[in-house]
Design a protein around this ligand. Structure first.
Ligand code: GDP
Length: 174
């Protein structure tokens, strides 16, 4: 089955996004404690594809060794997995992308891996400020004009349909 991986810093809302996308409350464990997931967790969706939830990056309070092991595992997966169709990179719409967000995005683009950027937690800012924040994300990551950026909320379900159709397009073309 095709796979779509999820990348994002710890606690950004990856598990919540997966749960919202697949109608489950707690299929993917959400946690208020950052940096818990250290392996890639696979979630099968409708017998059609897998979401591969990768451990969050940019968690400051882990050792160098842990970071290096993380990088080896993630790179091995992203560069060698035949089933991988693309990556959903999740960022927090409230804040400018971090250095780690930029590094991840640049790395994926460098290797030609398709990226769907999802700016989540939209419910946490007022509607009138959405355009400004979306622009901040687009410019912070230097997302190309033709590359997808989806405003999302795991709380309200906003962006869910758009994300599904973007995933479907990726899966069918690659
Ligand atoms: P992960 O570490 O990236 O998997 O992040 P989680 O999915 O565990 O989410 C971290 C925290 O952010 C939890 O307390 C979630 O309830 C909260 N959260 C995630 N997505 C949203 C969202 O879209 N809106 C709001 N209001 N809270 C969210």
């Amino acid at each position: 089955l095709p796979e779509i991986a999820l990348a994002g810093r710890s606690n950004v809302g990856k598990s919540s996004l997966i749960n919202r996308m697949v109608h489950r409350k707690n299929l993917a464990r959400t946690s208020s404690k950052p940096g818990k997931t250290q392996t890639i967790n696979f979630y099968r969706v409708n017998g059609q594809l897998y979401f591969a939830d990768m451990p969050g990056y940019g968690f400051a309070r882990v050792s160098k060794e842990t970071k290096a092991a993380w990088a080896r595992m993630i790179e091995g997966y992203l560069l060698n997995r035949r089933e991988l169709k693309g990556v959903i990179q999740v960022v927090d719409v409230r804040h400018p992308p971090t250095r780690d967000d930029r590094m991840m995005y640049d790395w994926l683009k460098h290797y030609g891996i398709p990226v769907i950027v999802v700016a989540t937690k939209a419910d946490k800012i007022p509607r009138g400020k959405w355009p400004k924040h979306v622009k901040q994300v687009r410019e912070g990551l230097q997302i190309g004009a033709d590359d997808p950026l989806i405003l999302f909320s795991a709380e309200t379900g906003q962006g869910k349909d758009e994300l599904w159709s973007t995933i479907a397009a990726l899966v069918s073309e690659r």
